[in-house]
Design a binder for this molecule. Structure first.
Ligand code: NAD
Ligand code: TDX
Length: 357
């Protein structure tokens, strides 16, 4: 049976994947309202959502997922029947230099959201309900040269980031097992595409190449990531939300493994052509640097359950998706410049009276 939500609470919708999801979901679901709860950390950018300003079905609320009374009020007032939970600290390198906020947001914040959702669902004020936890393949740890992560792979996170995401996943599981709460959990591979914060590999490469800055490659550059276009991820989330049985876990991935150094070379070569530079010029910017501590060697997702059960598959080929992404960043250099200069924070301040943390 298809679940048709009427009122979504999206957390972290001003970030990279959350904002892409809101655009995609609202384009496909004209009758559903979307409340976007985001506290606007450095990674939250309302410029990602300017196209929705004035849309009567969309509402932005600046607030923290750890604020129980705010969450309870939104769930009740908006008659929320589905929570799609993206809000998180998401950068592995930051979790190594400052793990505390990762536990606070990703574990404790998720627990508050779960607990308030449980009370709201048990109050019976909505006919049906789903809580969808957006997780990551990183909770499974690292692979050797062969094999894939399946939904049955034991959780073995290696970074404070992935440990905090695994903590939230286990709480989601516990709320389903203990209270029978209709939870869902998706674990996706690395995303790329528009609105990606330029601390992450692909947008960092594009930005640095344009500005002829060094391209830091960690370790030997032979770590492998499995890349998926963010819009394919958005459609997969919508599919799971509507079609998956409560309590289920789904991997999401595009069967698209790349060694980091091959991605770096590819983006260099695409931009040689786009920027009219000599063939091979951008590759001279590559700089091998000290490795990330605990750097997972390889991720590879087996997403066959999602395809077999719910019929989802990626629409983008990587060649098309990466070329479009490079072109998006070239066409939106103002967005990148505002992020790197910090000017996007001023835009937030003009909307919220300077009360930006
Ligand atoms: P992001 O860092 O771009 O965005 C995170 C958003 O959450 C920001 O808008 C931020 O302001 C908001 N936020 C942070 N703490 C909050 C709090 N306490 N209350 C309310 N809002 C808060 O992250 P992203 O890359 O879009 O990732 C979104 C989700 O998807 C995360 O849960 C992440 O673990 C997961 N994920 C990401 C990837 C990827 O490749 N980026 C892959 C798989 C899963
Ligand atoms: O400057 C860099 N140089 C480099 O070699 C950066 C930023 C990264 N890397 C490497 C580390 C990784 O092997 O590139 C790979 C990708 O790095 P990130 O973009 O930082 O992503 P990753 O650590 O793989 O995690 C991402 O995918 C899974 C997201 O940030 C997570 O939120 C998601 O859960």
């Amino acid at each position: 049976m298809i679940f048709k939500p009427a009122a979504l609470l999206v957390t972290g919708g001003a970030g990279f994947i959350g904002s892409n999801f809101i655009h995609s979901f609202m384009a496909n679901n004209h009758r559903c309202t979307v409340t976007n709860l985001d506290c606007l950390t450095y990674a939250g950018n309302l410029k990602n959502l300017t196209a929705l300003e004035g849309n009567p079905n969309y509402r932005f609320v600046k607030g923290d997922i750890g604020d129980a009374s705010l969450v309870a009020r939104l769930l009740a007032e908006q008659k929320i029947d589905a929570v799609v939970h993206f809000a998180a600290e998401s950068h592995v390198d930051r979790s190594i230099t400052g793990p505390e906020i990762f536990v606070r947001t990703n574990v404790l914040g998720s627990q508050v959201l779960l607990e308030e959702s449980r009370k709201h669902w048990q109050s019976g004020s909505v006919a049906d309900f789903r809580f969808l936890q957006i997780s990551t393949d990183e909770v499974y740890g690292s692979l050797g040269t062969t094999g894939y992560f399946t939904e049955g792979t034991p959780l073995a996170p290696n970074s404070p980031y992935s440990a905090s995401k695994a903590g939230a996943d286990l709480l989601v599981r516990a709320y389903h097992e203990t209270f029978g709460m209709p939870t869902l959990n998706t674990r996706c591979s690395n995303n790329y595409g528009p609105y990606h914060f330029p601390e992450k590999l692909i947008p960092l490469l594009i930005h640095n190449i344009i500005n002829k800055k060094p391209l830091p490659v960690y370790g030997d550059g032979l770590n492998i990531r499995d890349w998926l276009h963010v819009r394919d991820h958005a459609v997969a989330i919508e599919t799971v939300l509507k079609k998956a049985a409560p309590g289920s876990v789904y991997n999401i991935g595009g069967n698209n493994e790349w060694k980091n150094i091959d991605i770096v070379n590819l983006v260099c070569d695409l931009l040689d052509e786009r920027l009219g530079r000599a063939c091979g010029e951008n590759r001279t910017l590559i700089s091998f640097v000290k490795d990330r501590p605990g750097h997972d060697r390889r991720y590879a997702i087996d997403a066959s359950r999602l395809k077999d059960d719910l019929g989802w598959g990626p629409a983008y080929t990587f060649e098309q998706g990466i070329a479009e992404t490079v072109d998006w960043y070239l066409a939106n250099q103002e967005w990148v410049a505002e992020v790197t200069s910090g000017a996007y924070r001023e835009y937030v301040a003009t909307q919220y009276g300077g009360g930006v943390s």
